[in-house]
Design a protein around this ligand. Structure first.
Ligand code: 5AD
Length: 364
């Protein structure tokens, strides 16, 4: 079958997705077109905004790829104050960003859990307005927690949670994390999130050394199987202060291929999963010029303007070259920007219709 024929199908096998991800330069335009058509049909042409606030780079994990890993003694650690976070939240609503994402390194001690609970409640209270009667939509991206914590933060008023699985292959996961960080634990957290009524998001890195195309196809099928409605994926990037920096030469040789594979993953996820939200990530912009606009053009529909205070941005270096400014502003003639909206994925609205008693699954 040609790619065009495969793309005419309405559901896709693992082999189909592999074929999509192997699209060559000539085919890539066909793929982009199909992803855009699917996006417009299932989600419309709006781009939703989430102000991204990287509230702390402290981390108790030691991922082999990440610049924030606890063994990196060169990282100057920070945590934003409550006042700084609330000020930033107010600025998000002033700018018409309907949602905010609070992101940080891994921490689960009591004082952190309570700090987040308090901050979420205050953001909700502070950002209620005529335009947004329920305040800003709040997404948390704060790592692995227990059920009680997830429930606490949900009850405080957050409704979306992002927790990347990084790869759905247990074997590959174990190669890029220390033994104490298990695939099972990460997976269980995603289960609890879904179970406790969060709109759950996940994502993977693309171009991890030894990652295969069938594994990436499996990542998309994993998201489908696990009821994931929000996706944030990006290319794997180098950071000097990490064990995986030893792959530098390999990575530099592969860089172009990884960049193109990342865009194909965005399109493949759109085509297979249809009405989910997909973020065009900073990592895309880091690996290639105009990367975030390209991500949107290949099927993503969420853009996250960087709202971390200037002084802290330089210290949230999960990988090298991470921009400290939004140089790649949205600029696409066939799209409009969804100001002052939560912008929940239609995927969740559909879920809510089939289980109307869950109050967390709400739209605008
Ligand atoms: N390259 C790309 N993405 C990375 N992340 C962390 N380190 C890197 C890297 N070197 C992503 C991971 C993680 C999130 C904090 O950032 O997916 O979940």
């Amino acid at each position: 079958m040609t790619l065009k024929e495969i793309l005419k199908k309405s559901s896709y096998t693992r082999e189909d997705i592999v074929r999509i991800l192997l699209a060559n330069e000539e085919d890539i335009e066909v793929l982009r077109r199909k992803a855009k058509d699917t996006l417009f049909q299932y989600c419309g042409n709006e781009i939703y905004l989430r102000g991204l606030v990287e509230i702390s780079n402290r981390c108790s994990f030691d991922c082999f790829y990440c610049g924030l890993r606890k063994s990196n003694n060169l990282a100057a650690r920070y945590i934003m104050t409550e006042e700084e976070i609330l000020e930033t939240a107010k600025e998000c609503s002033r700018r018409g960003y309907g949602s905010i994402v609070l992101q940080s390194g891994q921490r689960s001690d009591k004082s952190f859990v309570e700090f987040i609970e308090r901050v979420v409640k205050k953001i909700k209270k502070l950002t209620k307005s005529d335009i947004l009667p329920d305040g800003l939509g709040i997404t948390l991206s704060l790592g692995e927690q227990n059920r009680e914590t997830y429930e606490k933060w949900r009850d405080a008023g957050a409704h979306r949670y992002l927790l990347r699985i990084e790869t759905s292959s247990k074997e590959l996961f174990e190669k890029i994390h220390p033994a104490v960080q298990s695939f099972e634990k990460r997976y269980k957290c995603l289960k609890i999130l879904n179970d406790t009524g969060w709109q759950t998001g996940t994502g993977v890195m693309i171009g991890i050394p030894n990652q295969s195309i069938p594994q990436l196809a499996d990542d998309i099928l994993f998201m489908q199987r696990e009821g994931i409605g929000m996706i944030g994926m990006g290319p794997y990037l180098l950071h000097t202060e990490t064990p995986m920096y030893s792959n530098k030469v390999w990575w530099l040789n592969k860089k172009k291929e990884i960049a193109s594979l990342a865009l194909k993953m965005v399109s493949a996820a759109r085509i297979v999963l249809k009405d989910v939200n997909i973020a065009s990530t900073t990592a895309l912009e880091t690996i290639m010029p105009r990367g975030r606009n390209l991500g949107l053009d290949f099927g993503a529909n969420v853009y996250m303007p960087l709202m971390t205070p200037q002084k802290d941005r330089i210290n949230y270096m999960i990988y090298e070259g991470k921009p400290v400014e939004d140089t790649d502003q949205v600029c696409l003639p066939d799209r409009k920007i969804g100001f002052n909206k939560w912008g929940d994925a239609n995927f969740f609205l559909r879920q809510r219709e089939s289980s109307p008693r869950n109050p967390l699954l709400r739209g605008d």
